[in-house]
Design a protein around this ligand. Structure first.
Ligand code: HEM
Length: 173
């Protein structure tokens, strides 16, 4: 999606002007980069399975779930459900997050790359800061394109990964 790479680079260039420190205020202003990260974590949630054990007998909708059952939910199914996200759920459209997660899908907790509830990811803010800093710094120095050898084949190992690696053509700007 070279057009989004360009938008993200323009934003990074403006905010990192003259090697400016990426402090809290600067990170907050990286709106396009935040949307690009959110959309990437939607389509390819690295931690793809959510697992929960029923501690008591419980009824979920019309389903009787006995105590001790392990329930696994595939995050990518929640993240691509057209009822929640609309007919373009399968497309890479970072602008769906322009007005926040609550406006991007209904109900809002259908988006959960970092999990949900009391055991939600403790490192999510650190992860978002790292991703924003690394992307902003790299985008102002280099441009990226997939190598002709790249084959799009996401696979589930412990996390969702590119099945045959991620060879890139990196050009110094
Ligand atoms: C993009 C990066 C990351 C993703 C997608 C991610 C995703 C997740 C998910 C889905 C869970 C399970 C939440 C649940 O069951 O509801 C989790 C738990 C956890 N994550 Fe992350 N995580 C990321 C980065 C990090 C980082 C940077 C740290 C630490 C520095 C971290 C530490 C943890 C810990 C300790 C838990 C267990 C929390 C608990 O059970 O109470 N994660 N993460």
């Amino acid at each position: 999606h070279p057009e989004w790479q360009e938008h993200a680079r323009a934003e990074a260039a403006e905010i990192c002007l003259g090697g400016a420190t990426l402090d809290v205020d600067a990170l907050r202003r990286l709106r396009i980069i935040t949307m690009v990260i959110q959309e990437t974590l939607r389509l390819y949630p690295p931690a793809s399975l959510m697992m929960r054990e029923a501690l008591t007998d419980v009824k979920i909708g019309g389903l009787d779930v006995p105590r001790g059952t392990i329930i696994q939910v595939a995050r990518s199914m929640l993240h691509q459900d057209e009822d929640a996200w609309g007919p373009n759920a399968g497309e890479f459209r970072p602008d769906r997050f322009a007005n926040g997660v609550a406006a991007a899908c209904r109900p809002a907790h259908m988006y959960m790359p970092f999990g949900h509830g009391p055991r939600t990811c403790i490192g999510q803010n650190l992860a978002m800061v790292e991703l924003k800093v690394v992307l902003a710094r790299l985008l102002t120095r280099f441009s990226f394109a997939p190598s002709p050898r790249y084959r799009h084949a996401p696979v589930f190992r412990l996390t969702i990964e590119p099945g045959f690696g991620m060879p890139l053509v990196v050009t110094k700007l």
